[in-house]
Design a protein around this ligand. Structure first.
Ligand SMILES: NC(=O)C1=CN([C@@H]2O[C@H](COP(=O)(O)OP(=O)(O)OC[C@H]3O[C@@H](n4cnc5c(N)ncnc54)[C@H](OP(=O)(O)O)[C@@H]3O)[C@@H](O)[C@H]2O)C=CC1
Ligand SMILES: O=C1O[C@H](COP(=O)(O)O)[C@@H](O)[C@H](O)[C@H]1O
Length: 474
């Protein structure tokens, strides 16, 4: 089961076109996702994948590029890699409305090989500034009809460009054809959020402002941006992570019970609650830029791009009124982790009287195969009345018959079978941009921080009174 309870079909012959096929995303995430599907025998029986790029190159060179990428980033054996390579083609010369380069011929040849009625899937693994041009090119060359199209994030680079892109996309495709990807929604642990919550009374009953004092969504990264500085310098942490992944995950936490367990109802519940997110107050946001960022090749001189953001978000629903959702992410920080934590209020008659003791928590770890753990207060075993913190732990990969998929594999699979539960709609994204709008219009001062730290000191205040719960999670 990849997401909405009960959605299963298999896919017919498919021609994938990956635009930006030699880029960072394609190498690190899309092709490894594709390979994971091959390993799990979840690809269509007949498929061809055409890599598209601006420079021409022989197909063998592209295959070697993919092989090297999979050896570095794919978690599959050589036999899986060898099984994929023959299905790859390459179409150089770029793809614009005026000039399709080699792509039209490649699509025609692929269809001749695996079936004229093969499903066409366009994957725009491209910088967001190019999405409009590629959409126009797909339309101009008659490749839109009946196809599916995957847009990477961020979908738009500002509220205005979001509207422009969205209007264009709606004029070219029906909504059912469009898959706006946010891979944090495809992570195994994100998909557990609503299942663990609604399938377990002991969790479900606690999921509100009656019991929860704060929600932390904390995604610090040790990683820098040296390999993708041109893209990142146009984007920054706010657009790259906050308006996109972190708000979508916050909505997954905050949603009210869906009408039923269909894909549509789940997606609807997520989007309904996003509509209730209050616009960010710039006074409750901390932006930072790591020292040394400006020296990275391809970063613009005097760049004011944020490489760190911490923000407080309020959700105006009965369930969450008064509970701050605190979000943090940044590059070159002290540690990498991806934690979604519900911090609980202390029970009124708790034996724990130490105000500084670790709070009771429920944490979903989104990275890797995912895990869930509860931080609890226990009695120190032995001759003692001391109270100590303890952990109850669930490793998702250890669940019966678990066959975890990387997020890009799960989401590619959903594209193949047409399941849109884990994809964003334009209404949902419009709300994300609405939430970000005051911050984009009135950016707080960009504070410096040293690489290897937790970002600007001022960000600690965002998570008060608990502080970011890094230590408790070790
Ligand atoms: N990298 C990552 O970790 C992640 C990235 N993403 C998203 O994926 C998308 C791509 O990111 P990423 O791969 O890092 O970016 P890259 O900078 O690596 O660009 C991808 C490819 O796009 C092509 N390209 C670049 N600029 C242009 C242009 N002006 N016109 C046409 N083609 C261009 C290039 O291919 P060529 O020169 O061959 O034409 C390039 O290799 C972005 O939207 C990003 O937000 C999402 C999740 C994670
Ligand atoms: O979309 C993005 O996500 C990655 C983090 O993704 P993960 O695969 O490590 O979960 C982030 O590093 C990157 O900047 C951003 O574009």
């Amino acid at each position: 089961m990849s997401n909405a309870l009960g959605a299963t079909t298999s896919a017919g012959p498919t021609v994938f076109v990956v635009y930006g096929a030699t880029g960072d995303l394609a190498k690190r995430l899309v092709m490894p996702g594709f390979a994971a599907l091959a390993a799990a025998d979840l690809l269509p029986e007949k498929w061809i994948l055409i890599g598209s790029g601006r420079r021409a190159q022989p197909v063998d060179a592209y295959r070697e590029h993919v092989r090297a990428g999979l050896q570095e980033f794919g978690k599959v054996g050589d036999e899986v890699v060898d099984s994929i390579l023959p299905g790859l083609r390459f179409a150089g010369g770029g793809f614009t409305a005026d000039d399709p380069g080699e792509l039209l011929d490649a699509v025609r040849d692929a269809r001749a090989e695996i079936g004229e009625d093969a499903q066409l899937v366009h994957y725009l693994a491209l910088p967001p500034s190019t999405f409009q041009d590629y959409t126009r090119a797909i339309a101009a060359h008659g490749l839109a009809e009946g196809s599916r199209v995957v847009y990477e994030k961020p979908y738009g680079t500002s509220p205005e460009s979001f509207e422009e892109l969205d209007q264009l996309v709606q004029s070219v495709f029906d909504e059912q054809q469009v898959f706006r990807i946010d891979h944090f929604l495809g992570k195994e642990a994100t998909q557990q959020l609503h299942v663990l919550r609604f399938a377990n009374r002991m969790i479900e009953q606690l999921w509100s402002n009656e019991h929860v004092a704060q929600v932390q969504i904390d995604v610090p990264e040790v990683l820098g941006v040296d390999d993708r500085a041109t893209f990142y310098d146009e984007t920054g942490a706010t657009l790259d992570m906050l308006v996109t992944h972190l708000l979508q995950v916050a909505a997954e936490v905050a949603l009210d019970p869906p009408a039923d367990w269909t894909s549509d109802a789940l997606a609807q519940a997520r989007e309904d609650v996003l509509a209730k997110f209050r616009p960010l107050d710039p006074a409750e946001v901390v932006l930072g830029q790591g020292s040394g960022y400006q020296e990275i090749e391809d970063v613009r001189e005097g760049s004011t791009t944020d490489t760190f953001v911490a923000a407080k978000v309020w959700v105006d629903t009965e369930r969450w009124r008064g509970v701050p959702f605190v979000l943090r992410t940044g590059k070159k920080l002290a540690e990498s982790h991806q934690h979604v934590t519900l911090v609980f209020k202390r029970p009124s008659n708790s034996p724990q009287k130490d105000a500084d003791a670790a709070p009771e928590t429920l944490t979903f770890t989104l990275s890797g195969n995912g895990s869930v753990f509860a931080g609890v207060t226990a009695r120190r075993p032995g001759v003692s009345d001391d109270l100590v913190p303890g952990k109850l732990y669930l490793d998702l990969a250890e669940l019966p018959n678990a066959e975890p998929l990387p997020p890009y594999a799960a989401l590619l699979r959903d594209v193949l079978i047409g399941d849109r539960a884990l994809f964003t709609t334009s209404d949902g994204l419009r709300d994300a941009w609405r939430v970000a709008c005051p911050l984009l219009a009135h950016r707080p001062e960009l504070l410096p921080y040293e690489p290897g730290t937790w970002g600007p000191d001022a960000a600690e205040e965002i998570a008060a009174p608990y502080g970011w719960l890094t230590e408790q999670h070790r």
